[in-house]
Design a binder for this molecule. Sequence first.
Ligand SMILES: C[S@@+](CC[C@H](N)C(=O)[O-])C[C@H]1O[C@@H](n2cnc3c(N)ncnc32)[C@H](O)[C@@H]1O
Length: 212
Amino acid sequence: MERKKQHYFTPSPDVKLEIHTVAESLRRHMYVFKTVTGIFSFKKIDLGTMILIEHMTIPSDESILLDLGCGFGPIGIVLAYESPKSQVYLTDINKRAIWCAKENVKFNIQEYKGRVFVISGNYFKPFISKGIKFDGIYMNPPLRQGRKEFLETCHEVQNHLKPNGFFQFVIKKKMGASFVYDHLTKTFPSKNIDIICKRSGYWVFKCFHDKK
Ligand SMILES: C[S@@+](CC[C@H](N)C(=O)[O-])C[C@H]1O[C@@H](n2cnc3c(N)ncnc32)[C@H](O)[C@@H]1O
């Protein structure tokens, strides 16, 4: 039987299951992640993810934060470690990624119960019924799916941010960073869009919901 082509964003991948371990120092703390085949960048942390993590604004006060499209969880786990008073949500559509993210939260975050939540679902869908709004939303977007879906997410993000909340994401320049910037100005006033880092071909954006 012919197999359908699978991507890291396939909800239930069935490529042969292999478990890997990825150890990495992020913002001067050592993390160990369990990863599996069939998810994004399972052999090492993606360079774009590393650059985003390095430049993330992490609130020290009690906040509600979201790692949107968490994969095996590096962004959300760093947020949970560095912002211990915050509630941190990690979400992904890929069931294997969700399994890894749950394992990795347990392994890397001491007091995770009732504070760090790993939820399977399609972008913001799981949060609509819960009525949760976020102080910070962080993302390394799945651009292999095409830019259109990401542009729609950029538009939708405003509905899920608290009034002074922000959205931070990383994108490769050659995947259309300038185009994305232009599109963002349709959603966020241009004074509320900062490009906070340009490195190794990646741009890190920070967009503010309201006035700075
Ligand atoms: C580029 S990867 C980044 C993964 C992880 N944040 C990291 O930096 O290693 C994008 C992630 O978005 C997830 N994704 C794709 N479409 C999604 C959707 N509709 N809802 C939730 N997550 C989705 C993919 O499964 C993938 O894990």
